[in-house]
Design a protein around this ligand. Structure first.
Ligand SMILES: [Cu+2]
Length: 130
């Protein structure tokens, strides 16, 4: 009887622990882009983080919805990966070089982020928008 209770507690604590350690959260973020190729590129970039469970970019709304393990990664790091492949978003601006290397159909109208950009922002690098 005692062992059954003990193993029951053990099972319960493992169950609770695994539930606590995997904190699935989600966010929506504005991400610039144009076409189906952009959609693939944006979603691939988000999913390159293995702690991202799902990523879906809406072409009509220009909004990326991500669900991720909040104990291992965060919105900032995911959106940085998205900017690194050329897509400006609400937290980061892609480098001019990467943007210019996108296919012509993917070169979305760039939002004017000049006011938000750091003064000495290097256009060869991803820039965090303040
Ligand atoms: Cu595109």
């Amino acid at each position: 009887m005692n062992t059954i209770i003990k193993s029951g507690f053990l099972f319960l604590s493992i169950f609770l622990f695994s539930n606590f350690s995997a904190q699935t959260k989600s966010f929506k973020a504005k991400v610039e882009g144009n076409c189906g190729m952009c959609k693939d590129r944006i979603e691939m970039a988000a999913k390159s983080d293995k702690n991202v469970k799902s990523a879906d970019w809406s072409m009509s709304k220009k909004v990326l919805t991500v669900s991720y393990d909040a104990s291992k990664t965060d919105k900032k790091s995911i959106l940085k990966s998205v900017a690194e492949v050329g897509h400006d978003n609400e937290m980061f601006r892609a480098s001019d070089k990467v943007y210019e290397d996108l296919d012509a159909c993917c070169q979305y109208d760039r939002p004017d982020n000049s006011k938000k950009m750091a003064k000495n922002a290097d256009t060869k690098q991803v820039c965090e928008l303040k």
